[in-house]
Design a protein around this ligand. Structure first.
Ligand SMILES: Nc1ncnc2c1ncn2[C@@H]1O[C@H](COP(=O)(O)OP(=O)(O)OP(=O)(O)O)[C@@H](O)[C@H]1O
Length: 266
């Protein structure tokens, strides 16, 4: 097995690339230490990487994302983005959840423009960009539809366009397609690959689905059951662009076994 054990994390010096996001002995507990959600996490993420995060329910995946987003404080260790400790929400980090949380009374494009409107009145350029982003996520001709006129998958596409419109270049996706049926989910994964290749953002993608994790990622971060520790960082050396048929290949199945072995070993 060629998983890199996190006990001996790869360093920037070894990889020859600067760490864009770096966790060192990162931990989080809730309720005065009664629940240890994350323990001793060491990792380095490079700019533009797509990282999938897998692990059993309750192992601390969302907790890690919420610390990274600056939504909750860590309990110990260090977490740096671009060399700065994360202590509050950053404008270069955006998050997307299982529910699209669109405003029902606003059209798709008006929902995409919402983050801009928090700061200022959107101008023609903002409108054009929002329209273009909806086109990019496959919603051309639905720009003026209301959420109730869109399927669950289409609503998540709007949420993705809204996230991209914020200009954040670190995307935290917490099971974004988890509530959708398998067919829609597979299609959206292919679309996500295409969009991410186009916008080249650093992405964290939380999922319970091992095949999905591998299909999308440059590396898969595998977490152990509570208290969540990072068990392995597995390289996914599959060429891009990737098609769904890749999932039938022996090399893909070997990677699935590799992730399963790590998960099963804890
Ligand atoms: N605000 C909180 N207060 C107390 N405990 C919490 C809080 N948030 C999370 N936890 C606990 O921390 C642990 C990790 O939770 P987290 O939501 O990060 O797991 P997860 O891996 O994302 O789970 P799932 O896959 O089910 O979404 C769990 O035991 C959870 O109960």
């Amino acid at each position: 097995m060629n998983a890199i054990l996190i006990d001996r994390p790869e360093t920037s010096a070894q990889s020859g690339r600067n760490a864009f996001i770096q966790g060192r002995n990162l931990s989080k507990s809730f309720g005065d230490g009664a629940v240890v959600a994350l323990e001793g996490a060491d990792f380095e993420i490079h700019e533009g990487e797509f990282i999938s995060l897998v692990g059993p329910s309750g192992c601390g995946k969302s907790t890690l994302l919420r610390i990274l987003a600056g939504l909750i404080p860590k309990s110990g260790g260090s977490l740096q983005v671009r060399g700065e400790e994360v202590v509050k929400p950053r404008t270069d980090i955006g998050m997307m959840f299982q529910k699209a949380t669109l405003l029902e009374w606003r059209t798709a494009v008006e929902n995409v423009l919402l983050p801009t409107e928090m700061h200022r009145k959107p101008n023609d350029h903002d409108w054009q960009e929002a329209m273009d982003l909806l086109g990019m996520v496959g919603l051309r001709d639905f720009e003026f539809s209301f959420p109730r006129q869109l399927s669950g998958g289409m609503q998540q596409r709007v949420a993705l366009a809204r996230l991209l419109h914020t200009g954040a270049d670190i995307l935290l996706l917490d099971e974004p397609f988890g509530a959708l049926d398998e067919f829609t989910r597979e299609r959206l994964n292919v679309e996500l690959l295409r969009v991410v290749a186009e916008v080249r953002k650093t992405t964290f993608f939380v999922t319970h689905n091992i095949a999905e994790a591998i299909f999308l990622a440059d590396r898969v971060m595998v977490m152990t059951p509570r208290p969540g520790r990072l068990a392995a960082m597995i390289d996914i050396p599959l060429a891009r662009p990737r098609e769904l048929s890749l999932q039938q290949s022996p090399e893909f199945n070997a990677l699935v076994s590799q992730v399963r072995d790590v998960l099963g070993g804890h």
